[in-house]
Ligand binder design. Sequence first.
Ligand SMILES: [Zn+2]
Length: 259
Amino acid sequence: MERLAEITAGIFVATTDLYTTTSTVVAAGEGGCLVIDPAVTVADLAGLAADLRALSLTPLAGFATHPHWDHVLWSTELGDVPRYASVAAAATAERERARLIEGVGQEAPGHDLELFGRLTALAEGADTLPWTGPAAQIVTHRAHAPGHSAVFLPESGTLVAGDMCSDIEIPLLDLEQTDPVGDYLAALDLLRALPVRCVIPGHGGIGDAAEFRRRIEADLAYLDGLRAGRDPADPRLATEWLAAEHARYAAAIQAGQIA
Ligand SMILES: [Zn+2]
């Protein structure tokens, strides 16, 4: 695991070996902080807690970008604080708890399941995080997972994107929804309208403003190709499991299950 590093004033990112997963910490001043998507193994979370102690940062709140097992983790060491999520994300984590527990048990066993997936829903329609730190805009959409939310920090222009805007992963669709491609395109529109100077994807490398634009364009090109029935020339498809995902989407399009 790459230890927690300050990427811009008051914003820290740790990146784990498993799926190149990022955890983001936003300092609030006076020793408090927000922890977004702490991940991913038990050892990674222990390392994150140790880094926070070394930086004299104490979590005041958490945020889960979306209801997938690798984004709803927590540990006792991170403290007993509200872990916010959108209304739809919190409800989905509750409803799909058995499936999430199965996922974490297979991929990163040993977490405290009492703490796993215990999210506090933001007020319906809330678009800012209720905390005392730097303003944090919550941008909720339906791409990839129900209630998926990016956190945008306007002071630094930092976008914590959740499972979008990745340099290593193609757009990952939620095929259980009725219009997964349409949902994804709508979400890209929301994100691209933000004055992003730094993007932190849930999996992958951090990018600057130009790289953010490049990733948005790459994702649009991928989805365009998918809809048109072309095999997109996307270097991210060199990864085996992503090629398999792509084949699943292409089959769903061809079968008329999605458009
Ligand atoms: Zn996800």
